[in-house]
Design a binder for this molecule. Structure first.
Ligand code: ACO
Length: 432
């Protein structure tokens, strides 16, 4: 195969190297294009731009494939759990028994939020948006643990294992505390002897003098949800984490930026929008026909939430897993949720509709995840926060990849300027 591409610009021919990834993904290396030709590549929103090489996650959107460190998501969902998959994504291999124990221990030992940090919560209104609270409190970890967050690649990499465990464990504790704070309930502190998800549910739902003990189905369902969100290649929040990290910003502030990116309804906030949509359909007594008709008008404000994906043009493999899990969890817990019936009807109708078929719009991971969370007693306002807990290992792995890349460059895209051409300053208001 010829490992160069040619481009003809201004009557001159230039050759560009071609790169091929381990799964055969091909890319034209345009790094020198501007220097050689004066041209840049225009790719609004980077939809067709590889901003990095990465060994973490392989995603083939046309064929509905998602693999972490080579292992298919279906196998991980079937046989692994959140903590093990987090380890795999961060460190590149599944942990052996000793490594798993050590990692679990670090998570347990770093779960608590110190008294000084607890006071930060009091500065927020009770009804503050949880993702806004989460991002700022996570950023404040850098202020509370300055030795782990020095803004030096070398020093922060030296402390990476501790900072990574701290981020995973504390994001979960902060999330539960946000929930308690908003409800005006006293905080419940983590227990050293509980597994990751059980501990989260304990911190969320325990009452004074009455510990919440998660039934295995509930803990398992939460585990699956978190596992399915662990990483997803160069999505909006992960590329934000990489961008911020590329300036040598520490792990905590980089994750905080990822949380901000995740909060938008076109990204992590979509699961909230899905629930709002399902509630609205339920309240109207509609069967979804009106929503489908409105979604087909093409306005960004009336899209069928939980449908479509920037990279999956076939199906989202996570949506398949979660759709099945949703039914079985509700069945096991003996819950009959009319929103699940509406979601299934909506999916069925949309998948027969030429508008959605021709645009390759299928349910994404957010379409059913909200219904599971609702069954677990998690309020809608916390859905995106749960997504953030799940995605933290992926952000960490990507931050590490950036920090550990020798001679990596700061992320700094270019633009095609379309503003006014040079003009003189002519005051409109006369100064006195
Ligand atoms: N409902 C109705 N029409 C849609 C939808 C939808 N959910 N999604 C895309 N379309 C239409 C667009 O209007 C466009 O139509 P056109 O060709 O007639 O102009 C066509 O499908 C292609 O849409 P794009 O905007 O190019 O799709 P893109 O890949 O940029 O957007 C996105 C992907 C943002 C996920 C979009 O599908 C969407 O808004 N979905 C609903 C929100 C959602 O579920 N987001 C979570 C996605 S997962 C994540 O975290 C990124």
């Amino acid at each position: 195969m010829d490992h160069t591409a040619s481009i003809r610009l201004d009557e001159k021919e230039f050759s560009l190297p071609v790169m091929v990834g381990t799964e055969g993904e091909k890319a034209v290396d345009t790094r020198k294009l501007r220097v050689d030709t004066g041209y840049i590549c225009y790719d609004q929103g980077y939809g067709n731009t590889g901003s990095c090489t990465s060994g973490i996650t392989y995603l083939d959107g046309d064929n509905g494939i998602l693999r972490h460190r080579g292992i298919p998501i279906e196998q991980l969902a079937e046989s692994s759990d959140f903590v093990e998959t987090a380890y795999l994504v961060i460190y590149g291999e599944l942990p052996n028994a000793a490594k798993r124990k050590e990692f679990g221990m670090k998570l347990r030992q770093n779960a608590a939020i110190e008294m000084q940090m607890q006071r930060i919560f009091e500065g927020y209104p009770r009804d503050a948006p949880p993702m806004a609270m989460l991002s700022s409190i996570v950023a404040s970890l850098a202020a509370h643990y300055p030795d782990l967050a020095t803004n030096s690649f070398e020093r922060d990499l030296a402390n990476f294992d501790l900072a990574a465990a701290m981020a995973i464990s504390k994001v979960r504790t902060i999330a539960a505390m946000i929930y308690r704070y908003q409800k005006g309930l006293p905080y419940v502190f983590p227990k050293q002897d509980l597994p990751f998800c059980d501990n989260f549910l304990h911190m969320m739902f325990s009452e004074p003098y009455q510990d919440y003990v998660a039934v295995p189905e509930v803990a398992r369902a939460l585990n699956l949800l978190l596992l399915l969100h662990v990483d997803h290649e160069q999505n909006c929040s992960t590329s934000t984490v990489r961008t911020v990290g590329s300036s040598a910003s520490n792990l905590f502030t980089s994750i905080s930026a990822g949380i901000c990116a995740l909060s938008g309804p076109l990204h992590g906030g979509a699961n909230v929008s899905v629930m709002q949509m399902l509630h609205a359909i339920h309240a109207e007594g509609d069967d979804g026909t009106r929503f489908i008709a409105a979604a087909k008008l093409g306005s960004k404000d009336s899209r069928l939430m939980g449908f479509g994906h920037p990279v999956y043009r076939n199906f989202d493999p996570r949506a398949k897993i979660i759709g099945k899990a949703c039914e079985s969890v509700l069945q096991k817990l003996g819950i009959k949720d009319p929103l699940l019936d509406i979601a299934k009807r909506l999916e069925e109708a949309a998948l027969k509709d030429d508008y959605f078929l021709s645009r390759k719009l299928y349910p994404n991971v957010d379409f059913y995840s909200g219904i599971i969370m609702r069954a677990l007693g998690i309020p809608t306002s916390m859905f995106t926060v749960i997504f953030a807990i799940g995605r933290t290992p992926g952000w960490i792995a990507n931050w590490h990849e950036v920090a550990a890349t020798p001679k990596g460059r700061i992320y700094r895209p270019r633009q095609v300027y379309i503003g006014p051409v040079k003009r003189d300053y002519v005051p409109i208001v006369q100064r006195v």
